[in-house]
Write a protein that binds this ligand. Structure first.
Ligand code: 5AD
Ligand code: SF4
Length: 443
């Protein structure tokens, strides 16, 4: 059998990593990957439920695939991932899909695909307590061959009141540390120079091994010690859990990148309490101070939600204030979107009018643009190591790559000597910047 498989991925990095697991599971069954959906025998959409607009986009996409299904009767269209978990029944009732598979059921995809018959769609959305896909070697779908995602845990045990993830991805479980280290070694030997360890809340990683327990700090050290030439990144930290030990392990390893994604969500204690984040402003600012003390060059990025239930103008000001105090290097910023079934949906009215949410979000975005620009300006004149990722998108005469602090750097290709390739490390000096990019020269 040679069936062609096309997968479209939405949502977080974890979903990209899951798509790589799905490709691996189906490759064993003879499926080959295609990037042309018109040529596919099977189309899977790996979905996200985190905000309503993410789900609306996917419903729109299903309409488009409907047209393809009319042209090609044998075409299978499936929904996998978070939205499959959340909307199983309405997806089946829509008659737009032949398969619905939740995030813990990817091992049954071959059997489900085999059993699809006209009028008999396949569904499996059972969540598991122990599935981590630890023995599966993902088929990497990145283009540059430089940077790989490695999933270290699945699910989430926090119950942030706005968040659908605990319901779509189930309970938290950590993957065997040795299989993580083996996968990191394997990608390094294949030429990758950077791994990003992924989990919803990496700080609560905990694996009980025969030779002793491994926590996240221990895991980070194990991966970092594979080679000084292998960069290590991770995402996402939870401010309530990020430990002094993790910060110390980062500081002690030059190849653990100087970047922490530390979602604050709000700068108001009242909102943080309602969001059930289990930290307050003072605690958060103390963690930031600790990070800065150990690693003055560490960039800090965040996620922010504007217009959560009952958010007053003062709460909103508190968010702007904490953004200024921390001076974030970058932020992902969202309007609150009520998710059915969450604690917030059950207990608090979604009472900030949409136009006001947008106004607050725009204020947050405008401030972050200023902060990003200020942060980049502070870097002018600095010299640092960059991992080349490839040609710059804007100018084929330039290369791009990231500094340890995750900032994107662009610089002219060398005029003489050997050409630089993706995966090479170079030293650059920062000459100027925009709010998104550092313009550098090779030194
Ligand atoms: N509405 C808006 N943003 C949300 N996020 C999670 N749930 C919601 C929601 N219901 C944001 C948070 C989280 C990021 C992945 O998505 O900021 O950190
Ligand atoms: Fe979206 Fe969250 Fe699921 Fe990732 S875990 S796909 S962000 S809902």
């Amino acid at each position: 059998m040679n069936k062609k498989l096309y997968i479209e991925t939405y949502g977080c990095q974890m979903n990209v990593s899951d798509t790589e697991v799905i490709f691996a599971i189906l490759a064993r069954e003879g499926y080959t990957r295609t990037e042309e959906m018109e040529q596919a025998d099977v189309i899977l959409i790996n979905t996200c439920s985190v905000r309503d607009n993410a789900e609306q986009r996917i419903w729109g996409r299903l309409e488009q695939f409907g047209a393809l299904r009319k042209k090609n009767e044998g075409l299978v269209v499936g929904i996998v991932g978070c939205m499959a978990e959340r909307l199983k029944d309405s997806l089946l009732e829509s008659r737009k899909v032949d398969l619905v598979a939740g995030p813990d059921t990817y091992r049954s995809l071959p059997a489900m695909l085999r059993d699809i018959r006209p009028g008999a769609p396949q569904i499996d959305v059972r969540l598991s307590r122990d599935e981590t896909y630890e023995d599966i070697t993902p088929v990497r779908i990145d283009r540059n061959g430089v940077s790989a995602f490695i999933s270290i845990m699945r699910g989430c045990n926090n119950v942030c009141s706005y968040c659908v993830v605990p319901y779509t991805r189930g309970a938290e479980r950590s993957r065997n540390a040795h299989t993580i280290v083996r996968e990191a070694c394997d990608v390094f030997h294949k030429g990758y120079k950077e791994v990003t360890l992924l989990g919803q809340n990496v700080d609560s990683y905990f694996w009980k091994g025969p030779e002793g327990d491994v926590n996240f700090a221990g895991l980070l050290a194990m991966v970092a010690e594979i080679s000084p030439e292998l960069r290590v990144r991770y995402s996402t930290s939870h401010p309530k859990d990020i430990s002094d030990e993790v910060i110390a392990v980062m500081a002690a390893h030059e190849n653990i990148c100087r970047h922490i994604h530390l979602p604050v969500q709000s700068g108001s204690d009242a909102m943080l309490e309602k969001m059930r984040r289990r930290y307050d402003r003072a605690w958060y600012l103390d963690r930031v101070a600790k990070i800065r003390e150990a690693m003055p060059d560490c960039s800090i990025t965040t996620d922010i939600i504007a217009g959560f239930c009952g958010e007053t103008l003062q709460d909103h000001q508190d968010t702007l204030d904490i953004m200024r105090k921390v001076g974030y290097d970058y932020a992902f910023m969202f309007q609150y979107s009520e998710r059915p079934g969450t604690l917030a949906a059950r207990h608090y009215p979604d009472d900030i009018p949409p136009a006001e949410k947008t106004r607050r979000l725009n204020e947050i975005i405008a401030l972050q643009n200023t902060l990003s620009l200020e942060s980049n300006r502070r870097d002018i004149g600095k010299e640092w190591k960059v991992l080349v990722e490839g040609d710059s998108r804007r100018d084929p005469g330039q290369l791009c790559g990231r500094a340890s602090n995750n900032k994107m750097c662009v610089f002219d290709k060398p005029k003489q000597g050997a050409a630089l390739r993706p995966g090479d490390y170079v030293r650059v000096r920062v000459l100027s910047c925009t709010s998104a990019t550092l313009i550098c020269e090779l030194i």
